[in-house]
Design a binder for this molecule. Structure first.
Ligand SMILES: Cc1ncc(COP(=O)(O)O)c(C=O)c1O
Length: 458
């Protein structure tokens, strides 16, 4: 990060002064990991903080600095760190072996817990990541319908397999329909023959594509709310409209509930009553260990019955390993309706506090979100699409990244893109502490805003 504005220099200098051990570890890491990194989402300049320990909703870094964790491994740690029941389940299983190379009863126990909660999931199969879960859900849709194309939303993120590396960042060309493009190096353009792109909250764009590719589309995939793109909520009637279009055009509807499952006992599908045909899951269902699952209608999932002649193939060395299953069972059981109501309530208070902090500081910004999720936007315009988020980011200089760094300096650990999420050990006290830091960070940034992004001054 170059340092030219005095506010930026101060923030960076404080960061460097309090994280010298992290800097040393980052140097060591560069020998065998390119740039010292093995996961894009956790890297940032000048180097990320190395954590040594997590406990409840706190983290301690290599220099002994303590943080309130509002990142929670990008929502997978809904119960925070080292939750007693999850830790006990992992310990109990670890001494009996971590994986048997044979089925284990924890597999159907966790599957039972999930299928009882999610009205659109009669049966499921486990994977080891949300990426694999969305990949398998898409593949299941193709195999079931015999059609090649998956329709996704512009700016939608479903992991990092080839079929999802299309328009993760939205199309800004202004064309009537998003122009599909491959984003990741090494993904062949041929992927575009099997992926179409419509706009979230724009049923007309979905229907136009269903018409233009008539008979070729296997499924529509979307998150019920777009999390990675900036917590963009579905407009009233959008999800139901997708369901109706899917039925009218004879295509399947896939919900990616890898993140949204945390919002309601029945996931977003339970909350809204809009049931997908297939669902991709991940994150919290593994209790913090690597996991994913895809599931849905019994008639589709039945085709994965291995005893069935010509059934669909699905394998994976670590699928349903008992260590993850044990942690997942403890995690899902602990996510009671009361626990969900608790973090959802705190989330609403957090978002309200963020909005108030912007107003107090005289800066334009607010939080979108739902339940225990929040995303900070440096604009006061209504956010309805992924493109809206990219547009404000283009005009916000380095504000998101400086806010992230200043919050680290003040002991608040959040995702560097502006996503905050809560964990069940949090109380009103942690929300107040985070909001106090948030307010202080905004006041610190105000002179920078005045110079670099004056349109954000009120
Ligand atoms: C909505 C959604 N789907 C899929 C994934 C991919 O999950 P994983 O990182 O476990 O592969 C993510 C990850 O952030 C996600 O947010």
């Amino acid at each position: 990060m170059s340092s030219e504005h005095p506010v930026k220099e101060q923030i960076l200098a404080r960061y460097i002064a309090r994280t010298s051990k992290s800097r040393g570890l980052d140097q060591q890491a560069k020998t065998s990991l390119p740039g010292g990194d093995t996961r894009w989402a956790t890297y940032h300049l000048p180097y990320p903080v190395y954590m040594l320990r997590g406990e409840g909703c706190t983290l301690t870094d290599a220099d002994g600095n303590r943080y309130l964790d509002f990142q929670n491994n990008y929502t997978s740690l809904v119960h925070g760190h080292a939750h007693p029941a999850i830790t006990a389940a992992i310990q109990e299983q670890a001494v009996k072996s971590v994986v048997y190379g044979a089925p284990a009863e924890q597999q159907f126990q966790l599957a039972d817990l999930i299928t009882k909660r999610l009205p659109g999931v009669d049966q499921l199969r486990f994977t080891n990541s949300g990426t694999e879960a969305s990949m398998m859900a898409m593949r299941a849709a193709r195999a079931f319908t015999g059609k090649p194309v998956i329709l996704k939303m512009d700016g939608g993120y479903h992991g990092s397999h080839d079929m999802t590396e299309v328009n993760i960042t939205p199309d800004l060309s202004g064309s009537r329909l998003p122009i599909p493009r491959v984003e990741a190096d090494g993904v062949p353009d041929s992927v575009l023959e099997a992926v179409a792109v419509a706009r979230f909250n724009d049923l007309e764009s979905v229907e136009t594509i269903l018409n233009s590719k008539s008979g070729k589309i296997a499924a529509i995939i979307t998150e019920p709310l777009m999390n990675t793109a900036g917590i963009i909520l579905p407009d009233e009637g959008f999800l139901r409209g997708l369901r109706e279009l899917a039925d009218r055009y004879g295509v399947l509807l896939i919900f990616d509930e890898v993140v949204t499952l945390r919002l309601d006992e029945g996931g977003y599908q339970g909350k809204t009553g809009v049931l997908p045909d297939l669902t991709a899951l991940g994150k919290l269902i593994g209790g913090g260990l690597p996991v994913g699952a895809f599931g849905g209608r019994a008639d589709i999932m039945a085709l994965y019955d291995p005893a069935r002649p010509n059934g669909f193939h699905h394998s994976g060395t670590f699928n349903g390993n008992p260590l993850t299953m044990a942690a997942g069972i403890a995690s899902v059981k602990a996510l009671t309706p009361q626990a969900i109501a608790h973090i959802n309530q705190l989330g609403a208070e957090f978002r309200r506090g963020v909005d108030e902090a912007f107003a107090e500081a005289g800066l334009r910004g607010y939080a979108t979100g739902e339940g225990s999720l929040a995303y900070v936007h440096w604009t006061t315009e209504k956010i309805t699409s992924a493109a809206d988020v990219v547009r404000w980011k283009q005009k916000a200089a380095e504000l998101p990244r400086l806010l992230h760094m200043e919050l680290l300096n003040l002991g608040i650990f959040a995702a560097n893109r502006g996503l905050f999420n809560l964990s069940t050990p949090m109380t009103r006290q942690e929300i107040d502490q985070a909001l106090e830091a948030f307010r202080a960070a905004l006041f610190m940034l105000k002179p920078y805003v005045a110079d670099q992004a004056p349109h954000l001054m009120i």
